[in-house]
Design a binder for this molecule. Structure first.
Ligand SMILES: *Cc1c(COP(=O)(O)O)cnc(C)c1O
Length: 396
């Protein structure tokens, strides 16, 4: 069988070019292999691209989320709200600071944290004298921005801070401006994990337009330790450093930053290619009875994921389709198991049934392969396999 000889197709995959490899090699042959001048160049490159004032490179988006919460003084007794339709890291960052987590259900069209549901939940908490969130973490699911204008308005009304989890969304735009510019938020977080849009192997970035937040995250990135200023009284003791707060080692390396800088040059091309491929999926899959992702006109998604929905709330059809596609060598996946249904969060009082939109979406969703270096032929394999697995008649 021809199909047997074809390589398994993943749902997402990085592309490493010769020039990526040369960039990394140059660092390996230089004096700095941990955080050095290339990390700074990568930070400037991302800040410029995203039109944010400050960018801090760290070793993962998980670390960036943790630093962002610490910089906003999230701690025991505080409450952080996020979307249930996300990777666990968007909620865990609050727990790592000792704060409690609650969720806001998603919009059934975009699968993003729903601004109206947020407004209802805030109004209810406020009216019943319950605690309001200190921080809300909207997640730009699949690369499309949340309704940041509305969330900003609510932040001003109810006094919470905003961390955007833009792990899926570098290269995307919201209201004709790049996601990451922090126009509506305090801090925006990016991920450079290999399945994301561009990669550094592992890596992340925290963006902010507020100097003090950037400085605090920078101090926390390196153990809370600072070199003494040259003109300080101890200037005859140049070995001195000073720890003022409790920090971590969340540094990115120059090796990784070199890969990221090299990949950044192709970011726009990758996102454009994802749009081309999504268009092809849209036209070919709509007749199959699958619900294709909704794209808003005022937004340009980075299209990290292409999730389709089957029309079966029980989850049985999605389960069958998943296994049938995998058997054909097509690496489909499921994003996301609602975070509040994880045992860790169940043990903390969250219940199945709490967020019906996220749960109904989860029962029906299947992520199809989509990545910047995907060929038309690879995509045709996915579509053919779907025809076969769904057993639908192909239109002439
Ligand atoms: C991937 C991802 C993260 C974590 O990113 P890492 O860089 O792997 O730590 C956080 N949030 C979301 C929404 C993600 O998809």
């Amino acid at each position: 069988m021809l199909r047997k000889r074809l390589k398994n197709l993943p749902y997402g995959r990085q592309e490493i070019t010769e020039s990526d490899i040369e960039s990394v090699l140059r660092v390996l042959q230089s004096d700095f292999i941990t955080q050095g001048p290339v990390v700074e160049r990568f930070e400037s490159g991302i800040a410029e691209y995203c039109e944010a004032e400050h960018a801090l490179a760290v070793n993962s988006a998980t670390s960036a989320l943790h630093l962002a919460c610490l910089a906003l003084d999230v701690g025991p007794g505080d409450l952080v709200w996020t979307s249930p339709n996300t990777f666990v890291a968007s909620a865990n960052c609050a727990r790592l600071c000792g704060a409690d987590v609650d969720f806001v259900d998603v919009d059934p069209q975009t699968y993003n944290l729903c601004a109206e549901k947020l407004e209802d939940k805030l109004a209810l908490a406020s009216a019943s004298g319950k605690a309001l969130p200190k921080v809300v973490i909207p997640v730009h699911f699949a690369g499309q921005s949340c309704d940041m204008k509305s969330i900003r308005r609510l932040a001003d009304e109810y006094g919470f801070r905003i961390i955007e989890d833009a792990s899926h969304a570098i290269g995307g735009q919201y209201l004709d401006a790049p996601i990451g510019n922090c126009a509506y938020s305090d801090i925006t977080v990016l991920s450079f994990h290999p399945v994301k849009i561009i990669t550094t192997g592992e890596g992340g970035m925290a963006l902010s337009n507020q100097l003090h937040l950037y400085q605090r995250m920078k101090l926390l990135r390196t153990h809370g330790v600072q070199k003494h200023a040259a003109n300080s009284v101890e200037s005859d003791e140049p070995w001195r450093y000073q720890q003022s707060i409790l920090g971590l080692n969340y540094r990115l390396t120059d090796i990784q930053a070199a890969l990221g800088l090299s990949q950044l040059k192709r970011l726009d091309d990758y996102v454009a290619r994802r749009h081309e491929l999504a268009e092809r999926y849209n036209t070919q899959l709509s007749p199959m009875g699958l619900t294709i992702p909704h794209q808003f006109k005022d937004s340009y998604s980075a299209l990290h994921l292409y999730p389709v929905l089957v029309d079966d709330p029980t989850g049985a059809v999605r389960r069958q389709l998943y296994h049938a596609m995998i058997a054909q060598g097509i690496g489909v996946n499921v994003h996301y198991i609602p975070v509040h249904t994880q045992p860790y969060y169940q043990e903390r009082g969250h219940r199945v049934g709490d967020y019906p939109n996220a749960e109904s979406y989860y029962a029906r969703t299947l992520t199809l392969p989509l990545f910047g270096s995907m060929s038309d032929e690879e995509q045709d394999r996915v579509v053919e396999a779907l025809y076969e697995c769904l057993d639908v008649k192909k239109a002439a």
